[in-house]
Design a protein around this ligand. Structure first.
Ligand SMILES: Cc1cc2nc3c(=O)[nH]c(=O)nc-3n(C[C@H](O)[C@H](O)[C@H](O)COP(=O)(O)OP(=O)(O)OC[C@H]3O[C@@H](n4cnc5c(N)ncnc54)[C@H](O)[C@@H]3O)c2cc1C
Length: 500
């Protein structure tokens, strides 16, 4: 039994009105011939129990979509393995019957990564939710795929350690590894690429590999080496592979000491250019700033309304400093000098944990605040990233483009990384607006590529950016990626139709 790939869809085809169709209107696609499921379902049940398999329509629909505008593509069946051995056994059954495998973390992705384009089997990993090995003195921890970033940080609460990578949603840590996620702390602590030390992966044929040598032993060895020159970097081959190369069943993560002191501040600017220039200068002077987030006037207005805040409606930076009391003083003085030289306002401070929490909640709620600007509308987040020196130019041009084309697209950006998002709020029933959004997002991505940037800084390629990936990487690099995919997954069973 085999399944054929559909022809490549046109650029931004995912944004057409038909993609907003409800799940129940989508024709059910079966991957197995009639009668095939009768043999396969009992085999799945013998691996993960009666409760570990569902064919229910509501369950399949829930697992066929993420938080993006991509329409729901339900799998034929959802399974909930409880261990790596069960993932491996299920994968072997799928391999034998040529069934696509779609890993599912928490479904917070923004690029349609969990949709079952060809039907198949969704591996929902939420029942594998143990924190396995915490090595406090080595600053690392291993977790199963059902553990989320907030879950891990509450587990670590009394240890003096924390894991800083923080996408806005409470995503699973293995899903974050799969999409190479980052967030507001990346400017200081890096993205998942810098913080994943080792992965356990079940390949399409059910075999289990570890991407660095240490954890090939079943015995937990204390003292994970965080430094290696041994062979190809398999860890970073799987980080960002979006479920297309294997199912990540365990990740070992780098931890950090909770800083002695933290302080957050908000500062408004007379122009976008002044805010972004300040960011560039702060980083150029070597201030080890922990967070530096840009919100344009439209975004700050939306955040004010959504979170009942009263920040001035102007280009704004949210900043956070981590360190000792003494080093904070120095960091803050240098940063204030820079922002004031660029016409920034006095800092409005958030010193205690509760006020800081409120400030960053407002930033993390940006997606929902943008949606609330136009009730009943859908949101699509752009995700370009450019070298820092090109950031003022691209943000200024993007704002002009939004105005010219009468589009609602509040901007929030991890500007310290050169990464920013326009959260495009649009009426899916207004075909003219949908087309204007297509054209805008296309122009924005190409503008980033022309400035030596990328079409995705953190959300991944998923379903909608495959054509842009080709433009960005060129045919030879894509051929190499395709070769790797074919080697690891010759039957093209792992999350088919994504990335490549
Ligand atoms: C409000 C909001 C704010 C967000 N902010 C950010 C942000 O600041 N930065 C950022 O990077 N992202 C952000 N995101 C996007 C999202 O949270 C991340 O992409 C996250 O990493 C997805 O994790 P997940 O567990 O939900 O993955 P899912 O959505 O379940 O899956 C995403 C992809 O990863 C694959 N996958 C999931 N688990 C595994 C696994 N164990 N093994 C192999 N493949 C797997 C899936 O097949 C799919 O292709 C935001 C999303 C929302 C809704």
């Amino acid at each position: 039994m085999s399944f054929a790939l559909r022809p490549t869809r046109s650029l931004y085809a995912h944004l057409t009105t038909s993609n907003f169709v409800q799940c129940r209107t989508i024709k059910k696609e079966h991957t197995l011939k009639s009668g095939g499921w009768e043999r396969v379902i009992p085999a799945f049940r013998s691996v993960c129990g009666e409760d570990g398999v569902s064919l229910g329509e509501a369950v399949r629909e829930q697992h066929g979509r993420d938080e993006s505008v991509h329409r729901c593509r339900p799998p034929d069946v959802v399974v909930w393995p409880r261990s790596v051995e069960e993932v491996s056994a299920l994968a072997k059954i799928c391999h034998h019957h040529h069934l696509p495998i779609i890993p599912f973390g928490t479904g917070t992705g923004l690029e349609g990564g969990v949709g079952a384009l060809k039907g198949g089997v969704c591996f929902s990993l939420r029942n594998m939710d143990r924190v396995l090995d915490l090595h406090q003195e080595d600053f690392d921890v291993s977790v199963e795929p059902g553990v989320t970033r907030k879950g891990l940080n509450s587990y670590l609460r009394d240890t003096g350690l924390w894991f800083p990578v923080d996408p806005g949603a409470d995503a699973s840590l293995c899903g974050m590894a799969a999409t190479s996620a980052s967030g507001t702390n990346a400017v200081r602590y890096g993205t998942m690429r810098e913080n994943v030390l080792n992965l356990e992966v079940v390949l399409a044929d059910g075999s289990i590999i570890h991407t660095t040598w240490l954890y090939t032993s079943l015995v937990t060895l204390p003292g994970l080496k965080q430094k290696t020159s041994a062979g190809y970097n398999l860890t970073n081959l799987f980080v960002g592979s979006e479920g297309t190369l294997g199912v990540i069943t365990k990740t070992t993560l780098r931890l950090y000491g909770v800083p002695e002191a933290m302080v957050s501040a908000v500062c408004t600017f007379p122009s976008v250019q002044a805010a972004v220039d300040s960011t560039v200068q702060v980083l150029q002077t070597g201030v080890p700033i922990a967070r530096i987030e840009f919100l344009d006037d439209v975004m700050i207005d939306a955040c004010n309304r959504f979170n009942l805040l009263s920040y001035p409606v102007a280009p704004t930076l949210f900043l956070e400093f981590h360190g000792t009391e003494k080093s904070l003083e120095e960091q803050v003085t240098v940063t204030e000098e820079i922002t004031q030289a660029n016409g920034g306002s006095d800092f409005s401070w958030a010193r205690d944990a509760e006020t800081r929490g409120r400030l960053w909640k407002a930033r993390h709620d940006a997606w929902y605040a943008a949606l609330a600007l136009r009730p009943g509308c859908k949101a699509y987040s752009t995700d370009v990233c450019v070298p820092l020196s090109r950031l003022p130019q691209i943000i200024v041009e993007t704002k002009e483009d939004l105005m010219l084309n009468r589009l609602t697209g509040p901007i929030a950006g991890h500007v310290g990384d050169g990464n920013f998002h326009c959260i495009m709020v649009m009426d899916p029933n207004d075909q003219d607006e949908v087309i204007r959004v297509h054209e805008f997002t296309e122009r924005l991505a190409r503008r980033a590529l022309a400035l030596d940037g990328t079409c995705t800084g953190e959300h991944g390629v998923g379903l909608g950016k495959r054509a842009l990936l080709r433009e960005e990487m060129g045919p030879l690099a894509i051929e190499v990626m395709q070769g790797l995919k074919t080697t690891l997954d010759p039957k093209n069973l792992m999350n088919p139709g994504k990335v490549l």
